[in-house]
Ligand binder design. Structure first.
Ligand SMILES: *Cc1c(COP(=O)(O)O)cnc(C)c1O
Length: 235
């Protein structure tokens, strides 16, 4: 029965979608990382996803992550990713199970991380770049502000500049999203080259609704919540 194991079934479906999208755009599916976005879902759901092979989890709120981390810390091969706006006064709670912070939009958070990231391994920093400047609901920097932040991040030995995160607008057609995502990709590449970074940036783009389009436009990381865990029960 499909509904006996919704999370297991959902993960299988997502993996098939990633595979199909990668083949369609002639990309290596192994170069596309899936982050399971577990905001508003409990540790039990995360454990179920873990038992079905997932190791990368995204959380939006440091407080919520902290609670789940305390319940799940014995699963020491989980990589956590902070993907929501992070206030600088919350930075002190993070530990080295956090492998990336993807929602960096402000100098004050970068400076706090520079001070407080005392762990052995540098943390991967993603600068959140605006996908659609007309979408007022979604945060993200323009290229000029992102560039200034990147210059600073590159001078911090504990911070490893890894790439960019973007959030697509909702209620857009496939072709509108394609245009925006291709433009986003070009912006990322231009910034990466401008700062003479080696190799290629990580491009964290695409969620439940639009992961195929994001993969076609060069995403290396997709962040899927609803289509793995279901809609959160917010009461
Ligand atoms: C909630 C969230 C996601 C996952 O979105 P779904 O549509 O539930 O897959 C991805 N990225 C960010 C930043 C989010 O806040």
């Amino acid at each position: 029965m499909e509904n006996d194991h919704p999370i297991q079934n959902n993960i299988e479906k997502i993996k098939k979608r990633i595979l199909a999208a990668a083949l369609e755009s002639k990309r290596d599916p192994n170069k596309i990382k899936l982050i399971a976005v577990s905001k508003y879902h409990d540790s039990k759901s995360i454990l179920e996803a873990y038992q079905n092979g997932l190791r990368d989890f995204g959380e939006n709120y440091v407080q919520e992550w902290k609670e789940k981390y305390s319940q799940l810390h014995s699963l020491n091969d989980i990589s956590w990713h902070i993907i929501g706006p992070i206030q600088s006064n919350k930075v002190k709670y993070l530990n080295d199970s956090v492998k990336s912070i993807q929602s960096i939009c402000s100098m004050s958070t970068v400076k706090e991380l520079e001070k407080k990231w005392i762990h052995k391994t540098p943390v991967n920093i993603f600068v959140q770049l605006s996908v659609d400047k007309d979408d007022l609901n979604k945060s993200g920097l323009n290229s000029a502000d992102a560039s200034e932040l990147i210059s600073y991040i590159l001078r911090c030995p504990q911070l490893s500049f890894a790439g960019f995160m973007g959030m697509g607008p909702i209620n857009r057609s496939k072709s509108e999203l394609e245009t925006l995502y291709n433009y986003f990709y070009e912006n990322c590449m231009a910034l990466w080259r401008h700062h003479q970074c080696a190799g290629f940036p990580e491009i964290s783009l695409g969620m439940s609704q639009d992961l195929e389009i994001a993969i076609a436009c060069g995403a290396t990381i997709i962040r899927v919540g609803t289509d793995i865990f279901g809609k959160p029960n917010l009461s």
